[in-house]
Design a protein around this ligand. Structure first.
Ligand code: DX5
Ligand code: ZN
Length: 223
């Protein structure tokens, strides 16, 4: 099993000490910074947008993994690409013309991602696989950090892994919501490549160690 990539979710950071939190991520083994954008319409919460993206871009040396929980995300692709996003995830449920939107994300020089709500089957992606670089499987209903992991996600990851393999898709599988040291190993076993984690990193006593533990979740435990 390969070691998973780790994407700490900024939503769980201490905003009163943002620079310190970003410095911590810089020093860690994290591979991305996950940036959750919520519009209060697609999800019942409002998070943050461009001013904070600028801070993240200026102080964080990890690539930015932007998760757009907004309606009509196609309106903001240029702005997020210019703002420094490396990956842009749009929600399947928010896109009427998903193929066009994903194509546009790649044209802008970013990796194209699709996020799936817990109720959306992985088979919905069958006809657009060639346009996808990453699938973000939501393991909670999006909108808030700190929610409980939905156990069915493990089966969903197995199904998605199968779909990608059969279609020879190199797309990565990313998991978001309630990811912790308790479920990371099962997720990686099922086929997850990227683990997003908010509370289990930023609220841990030792966030650097928490990141390392998630990263090592695929390694056999030494007795
Ligand atoms: C939820 C967000 C997640 C969230 C994860 O809507 O998309 O990225 O920040 O936070 P935890 O890991 O605390 O569930
Ligand atoms: Zn997210």
């Amino acid at each position: 099993m390969n070691q998973p990539l780790i994407a700490p979710s900024l939503l769980a950071a201490d905003f009163a000490n943002l620079q310190k939190e970003l410095e911590l991520i810089n020093q860690s083994e994290a591979d991305y910074l996950h940036f959750d954008v919520m519009d209060g319409v697609f999800v019942p919460n409002i998070s943050f947008g461009f001013p904070l993206l600028e801070v993240a871009r200026n102080y964080c040396r990890k690539p930015l993994d932007v998760h757009l929980m907004i309606t009509q995300p196609e309106r903001y692709l240029e702005a997020f690409a210019e703002g420094g996003a490396s990956v842009i995830h749009v929600h399947y449920e928010a896109c009427t013309h998903l193929h066009r939107t994903l194509t546009r994300i790649r044209e802008l020089g970013c990796r194209a991602g699709v996020a799936l709500n817990p109720h959306t089957p992985v088979s919905s992606l069958e006809d657009v696989l060639e346009q996808i670089d990453t699938v973000l499987v939501m393991s909670v209903n999006p909108g808030f950090g700190g929610q409980s992991f939905i156990p069915h996600t493990i089966q969903k990851v197995t199904k998605l892994k199968h779909l990608l393999t059969v279609n020879r898709s190199p797309a990565l599988i990313e998991i978001d919501g309630g990811v912790s040291q308790q479920n990371a190993e099962a997720l990686v076993r099922a086929g997850a490549n990227v683990l997003v984690a908010g509370n289990s990193i930023f609220k841990a006593e030792d966030p650097l160690q928490a990141i390392q533990q998630l990263k090592n979740s695929s390694l056999p435990l030494v007795a």
